[in-house]
Write a protein that binds this ligand. Structure first.
Ligand code: AKB
Length: 313
């Protein structure tokens, strides 16, 4: 049997550095190459790192061949808010890089590929509560459009070429180890930093905007659980709905106030409000739970305790 060798693309982002550590624990630090267009920071310096612009297809293929890579996790993308600043570039980066990775998987016979989708695939006419796996998808952001098109490409490569590609529709991901990178759900990360530093936070969404969210350690667990499941359990090759909690700015502020009683939140919605309003409030992830046994660990209270304790240290 071939030894598992992993390439993670976009490792410098919020999920990337924590997923890198999860993959080190699973496969061994020497069997994981993390890569990014930027220089490595923090924990990434401790493992194997390659600087990679995923838009350079030849370099990507070369890196895979030279290192006998068997699995690729492709996380590099422009997110919902930054994508709106340059829609053409978001389309090009998000779509072409996915196609290069899927082509590499097919042509170089990779064992598996992971690519993240998002709740951004849904839109204003999608049912908002307990959004089903299969439903109306009418994304309004260029990011959401690329994720929806990407899901179709993943299923296409699976059906046409047998590429073992797997994917999750992430909700807003909340971690404290790295700064977030241009998403609409990023307020739920910033708020913890500002609560400790300034005891106040100016939120760019309205106080009652409910969105599906997930703590980073659950996101890492979901990703690795999906990738380590036997192929026959993976029945959905576009992307799985995945969920753990939903809350609004008022609720996260109340959870923080239990630790910082004089914390104050003010809300002044900006352009990101319209994006948030087009997304679901909560997600039905029963297919992930029944097909490959997904279970989350963290809710809002447990997450808040964990983040604030860690950030204080
Ligand atoms: C974003 O807000 O753009 C992302 C996402 C929900 O995919 N966090």
């Amino acid at each position: 049997m071939k030894k598992t060798k992993v390439l993670l693309i976009g490792a410098g982002g919020q999920l990337g550095s924590e997923l890198t550590q999860g993959l080190w624990a699973l496969h061994g630090i020497d069997n994981v190459i993390s890569s990014d267009i930027k220089d490595p920071h923090g924990i990434l310096k401790e493992g194997r790192f390659e600087k990679l612009d995923v838009m350079q297809k030849d370099k990507l293929f070369e890196l895979i061949k030279t290192n006998e890579i068997t699995q690729v996790y492709h996380l590099a993308a422009l997110l919902s808010a930054t994508g709106e600043q340059d829609p053409r570039w978001a389309w090009k980066l998000n779509m072409e890089s996915l196609l290069y990775v899927l082509e590499a998987a097919h042509e170089l016979k990779l064992d598996k590929v992971y690519w993240p989708s998002s709740i951004a695939v849904f839109g204003p006419t999608t049912p908002k509560d307990n959004t089903p796996q299969d439903t109306i998808m009418d994304p309004t952001t260029v990011y959401g459009i690329t994720k929806l098109a990407g899901e179709r490409w993943c299923e296409y490569f699976f059906k046409r070429y047998g590429v073992d590609v797997r994917s999750l529709r992430y909700p807003g991901l909340i971690g404290y180890k790295t700064q977030p990178g241009g998403g609409t759900t990023d307020y739920a990360v910033d708020i913890y930093f500002k609560a400790l530093a300034e005891k106040s936070y100016g939120c760019f969404l309205s106080a009652d905007t409910y969105l599906p969210m997930m703590y980073m350690s659950d996101a890492v667990k979901a990703t690795i659980d999906l990738m380590e499941s036997p192929a026959e359990k993976i029945k959905i090759r576009s992307s799985y709905n995945i969920s753990s909690m939903s809350f609004c700015p008022t609720q996260i502020a109340a959870a923080i106030k239990k630790y910082i009683p004089d914390f104050k939140i003010t809300c002044q919605p900006d352009f990101r409000q319209a994006i948030a309003d087009s997304w679901p409030r909560s997600i039905d992830d029963s297919r992930a739970r029944s097909d490959w046994g997904w279970q989350h660990e963290f809710g809002l209270e447990e997450m808040t305790k964990d983040i604030l304790e860690n950030l204080k240290q």
